[in-house]
Design a protein. Sequence first.
Lengths: 357, 357
Amino acid sequence: MIEDFWAVVPAGGAGTRLWPLSRAGSPKFLRDLRGTGRSLLQETHDRLAPLAGERIVVVTGAAHAAAVADQLGDLPAGAILAEPSARDSMAAIGLAAALLERRHPDAVMGSFAADHVITDAEAFGAAVRTAVDVAREGWLVTLGIEPTFPSSAFGYIRSGDALPGHPGAQHVAAFVEKPSVEVATGYLAEGGYRWNAGMFVVRPGVLLDLLAQWHPRFAESLRAIAADPGSLERVWPSLPRIALDHAVAEPAAEAGRVATVPAAFDWDDIGDFDSLAELLGRDGEQPLVVLGDDDAVRVVDASGLVVTGGRTVAVVGLQDVVVVDTPDALLVTTRARAQDVKAVVAGLKESGRDDLV
Amino acid sequence: MIEDFWAVVPAGGAGTRLWPLSRAGSPKFLRDLRGTGRSLLQETHDRLAPLAGERIVVVTGAAHAAAVADQLGDLPAGAILAEPSARDSMAAIGLAAALLERRHPDAVMGSFAADHVITDAEAFGAAVRTAVDVAREGWLVTLGIEPTFPSSAFGYIRSGDALPGHPGAQHVAAFVEKPSVEVATGYLAEGGYRWNAGMFVVRPGVLLDLLAQWHPRFAESLRAIAADPGSLERVWPSLPRIALDHAVAEPAAEAGRVATVPAAFDWDDIGDFDSLAELLGRDGEQPLVVLGDDDAVRVVDASGLVVTGGRTVAVVGLQDVVVVDTPDALLVTTRARAQDVKAVVAGLKESGRDDLV
């Protein structure tokens, strides 16, 4: 347990590129994507409980609050913050920050998405502990994941000078947008770059003060809601739709206010079926991995990923294929084209098939 | 109408390579594989009725007799011969021949599988008329389809000398087993080769006399059943499992007893999903053809064939793919690997999943 440490878990995002497994009504974080019997949200909670105990706050859409409560079981009052509508991560995390700032002046908060996979809980805990130590001194701290391959799917953190008094911790020189594989290969060769997993540790007041520097009315609105929770429904729709990275982290890095703590644990945001296949295939030798019922899958000279949905699935003569079976929709693609699944979802929305997305 | 012409329609074969669309309990010939609203059996009947009127006999497994009767509507008595068990094509066609020989001594019969596709009914009728003329003189006549590409999926007929008195008709020099594409390419360059579509026209007595030359007990058993139809159940299981091609056509060709009539109509036996895709894609420009509900299919940069089964099917970034959706089983393969679908069926049988095959 880390003293005064509060875990904030933004649970949002439709996981469009994981359609038809992930849907607006049944998003990624509520799903058991690893075949462990626990949803990503539950695994996130399991990972944070040893560090924060009951000081865990889940921020989620009003539509999902009941499902979150159901999955997490007995929670203390106030453990779920229901957003009246989706306003992106700055509003979600900022709301939790404003409430914590007012109610727990000594809190240090850490923000951890509900739909990421981290299997090494010990290394995760160690990194968070270090980050909390640094954050207590007023830094906005981000966990920098040691890259294991030149991914073009993640943003990168470029580290600067070492941070005195905290072995391993460094200034953040800049946040870098998702690069090409070529550029990412250069980053790995050069060194000093880590994956930005969007995990921030900070004192709530520090976060809001930083926000106030670039978006003063935004910070003011969040603090007004905390002072008068009854105003949430009224004020919320006026909040900007902006990610915390853009609203605070990037300008704060330029201003020299962000530190990073290195983290060497396995991490994945399972952004698409390619990364899900990678994740599920990690330990095994089998060329085709199955999420669901192994016995339902018949493979003849094929590799890739099959997600079962209750029926027999036969795959013949296709390499790196992705087959996702659900009761009302079926996806067939390849690992290489996994990102393009979002085009299907966009098409379904355009033609009014909201029942399927 | 062709005088004294009887059409015999063997309706059998599970269509294993069309799994999961075709099943033992719901075989290919009962399915509407062209999206016309008529099953292959119904289309075969439609094609034969102008030539044979009510003189059409369907030979099918006892399990399918009711479905056949249902699809074909009002039929005269004896129009469906139910085989107690599957004994291959010689027994099926031989049974019809033995009954016709006894009841209609002047009959000329033509045998046409229930699951082939022929769209040019006029050219088909003309070829059958010519074949009947030749068959009246005692020949076993086979329709030789003009090949349009060097197929390795069909057997070939090598023609010999012209048949005097029947312009276009020729002796059959030999039947040739399915060749490689290279060999087939040579056949097309050389000329004188036609596809063997297994369509035979012959006087029933001639067929049985030919059979008696190489399989005397087989012919005797068939004639015994015709003399005493009550013996069918008892005698049937003793009949050899052999195709008419091997039992009669091949040795008769060697003996100079087989003639061929050229036929230039489009013909396909839809042996697998590759040929189904070819057939359905013939008129269209669209790279991905759909059998079923077009609106249920979402395509992003893909080509091939999708058979819908009630759900939305999205295909992203795959060329020449085959996706077949049914309520209890799903197949994903490629046109090039369509033949290997039989391995899936074999595997399901091996593991006792007869409910799926």
